[in-house]
Design a protein. Structure first.
Length: 334
């Protein structure tokens, strides 16, 4: 599954390019709890078709009710709408207790501007989209300030899709790749071993056959990338991990028990001149401790940790697999 923002923007671009009327709704403020974070977007076409989400569903239903039909969709400058001001309204729209959110509604966004934005995101550019509130005019820039509503402008920052590079095409990789795809990651899998590639069967993931360290170099991990080694084979994992550690990837990790990870650490220090400081970003054992023993459960634990790191959530050490009593990664053999 592609990045949700890109899906919304591509779909909205296509609607507008085809001459269909539509609006773009963006969550610009929240108070208390809210079902979707600031910056979330959805697009609504004149006939009620919807892509994206700004809530758990009830607000989308209300927007469809208000604006479905060409005669009901306004024209002109963007407008704000607020949900959850009263307890009754919060309950009616499925907002958590005390939750309030405000949306910016843009009517009939310009198709050419949407195409420019999509092209920038497809090229991997972090893009600041500024909407002039008086008339809805849009400008795009490379600045990466967070979403805000200021004097006369509303700003949202769109990033390129998150990417995941998995080393090894075994069964665990199939489960992890599947979870990553439906979490919005673009997934690349690397395995030079023909016996493992022959059984690979995950649609939507790119499968490469070169040596992993060469693939990491070509992949050029950025701050929206993660690299995960899953082969247990030092010949495949070690050099690739070292290449990944030289990048700004937000997550670099390897499967294995604590003993295996200690051995990997020692190899990298002894043979590759690494230090404790240079290896500090290398995660292992990976995953959060959930007592998992099977490949799908291990994949759940690893995906959960990757998402926590991506979202800036500090995992309590009590559930960090590295602190598990037996020292094993979930289900990983020593």
């Amino acid at each position: 599954m592609e990045n949700l923002d890109l899906l919304v923007l591509r779909t909205l671009r296509d609607w507008r390019a085809a001459g269909r009327r539509a609006l773009l709704a963006t969550v610009v403020r929240t108070w208390g709890s809210s079902p979707r974070p600031v910056g979330s977007i959805m697009a609504l076409r004149e006939d009620g078709a919807v892509v994206g989400s700004v809530s758990g569903g009830c607000i989308e239903d209300d927007l469809i009710f208000r604006y479905t039909g060409a005669q009901q969709l306004p024209t002109g400058a963007p407008a704000f709408v607020k949900y959850g001001v009263s307890a009754d309204e919060a309950h009616r729209f499925g907002l958590p207790c005390g939750g309030t959110l405000e949306l910016l509604l843009e009517y009939d966004p310009d198709a050419a501007s949407l195409q420019q934005l999509v092209a920038r995101l497809e090229a991997g550019q972090l893009t600041r989209r500024t909407v002039r509130l008086v008339d809805g005019a849009v400008t795009l820039s490379d600045n990466s300030e967070p979403l805000c509503v200021g004097e006369g402008d509303a700003v949202n920052v769109f990033g390129p899709e998150y990417r995941m590079l998995l080393i090894g095409a075994g069964q665990l990789t199939e489960y992890l790749a599947t979870m990553a795809l439906f979490s919005g990651f673009a997934v690349t899998v690397c395995d030079p071993r023909e016996e493992y590639r022959g059984a690979w069967n995950v649609a939507g993931a790119t499968l490469l056959t070169a040596m992993p360290d060469d693939v990491v170099k070509a992949f050029k991990p950025d701050a929206r990338s993660c690299v995960v080694a899953l082969t247990h084979d030092p010949k495949l994992d070690d050099l690739a991990l070292l290449e990944a550690l030289e990048s700004p990837a937000f997550y670099v990790g390897a499967i294995g028990s604590r003993r295996n990870n200690q051995a990997r650490h020692a190899r990298m220090v002894e043979h590759f001149g690494q230090t404790d400081a240079s290896l500090a970003r290398l995660r292992g054992p990976i995953g959060i401790y959930i007592g998992s023993k099977t490949p799908p459960e291990i994949a759940v634990s690893v995906m959960a940790e990757i998402l926590a790191v991506k979202n800036g959530v500090a995992l309590p050490r009590a559930v960090d697999v590295a602190q598990a009593k037996d020292g094993l990664a979930p289900g990983a053999a020593g």
